[in-house]
Design a protein around this ligand. Structure first.
Ligand SMILES: [Zn+2]
Length: 240
């Protein structure tokens, strides 16, 4: 988990504490022949714990179970596509995050894609961050791209800034400019938040430069500044 090396010693200790809690509180299960080892559990809990640093203890209260398959698996759930279109039926998935109001739901992960996501801490692709971001989103009582925020004014501001950023992402892709944000985020606000979380932690400097206002919202919510932290770590290593 190369991301671990980007953290200060204090944050590394905090992360290790969160990992212990997640391993104790959550139930991990290997599916489709996957043998559940400590490596599997710690790598998943370690990446999920990045989302918890610097904030009040939280531990994804709606999620009690993590199911891990060896590779991509066939999902049976509904998926909501552009313009609200709902697709039913089986399809291959790298991961899923389930939430039912009042009872929550599991996170389901492909181990091969979990490993691939963790291997490069700067590519903006991270399956565990993505699926656990959906769980943070569920804290507000619905999965709509808005996590739990303390008051109505904060929620309104979040929605405004997020809508502007979504518009900017659509504009960039339609003009062939590309973006640090995966166009999968254009599916709906929940996916926009999840791909933004991947970019925030892994390509923070670029996200801050393309979407400064949206980066600021994420920085405030997560109480972390990966862009600044990355400049710090690169300077410390003498890398330009
Ligand atoms: Zn998603």
């Amino acid at each position: 988990m190369p991301y671990y090396r980007r953290l200060s010693v204090d944050r590394q200790r905090e992360l290790e504490g969160h990992i212990q809690v997640l391993l104790r509180e959550k139930y991990f299960e290997g599916c489709g022949g996957l043998v559940l080892t400590d490596e599997v559990k710690v790598l998943i809990a370690g990446q999920a714990s990045v989302l918890l640093l610097n904030r009040e203890d939280h531990y994804f209260p709606w999620m009690r179970t993590v199911l891990v398959y060896p590779h991509s698996f066939v999902g049976n759930g509904r998926s909501v596509g552009p313009a609200g279109m709902v697709t039913e039926g089986p399809s291959w998935r790298q991961g899923e995050s389930w939430y039912t109001p009042g009872s929550g739901g599991p996170v389901v992960l492909s181990w091969a894609d979990t490993l691939a996501g963790a291997a490069d801490a700067h590519d903006g692709r991270n399956l565990v961050l993505h699926e656990f971001a959906h769980q943070l989103d569920a804290d507000s009582g619905a999965v709509e791209g808005v996590p739990f925020l303390p008051d109505a004014a904060s929620r309104e501001r979040w929605k405004r800034v997020m809508a502007r950023a979504q518009g900017e992402l659509a504009r960039r892709w339609s003009m062939g400019m590309g973006s640090v944000l995966n166009p999968y985020g254009l599916q709906n606000p929940a996916e926009f938040f999840a791909v933004s979380v991947e970019a925030f932690f892994e390509r923070g400097t670029e996200l801050r430069s393309e979407f400064p206002e949206w980066y600021g919202q994420l920085e405030q919510y997560f109480q972390q500044d990966p862009a600044g932290q990355c400049e710090g770590c690169r300077a410390a290593q003498g890398v330009a």
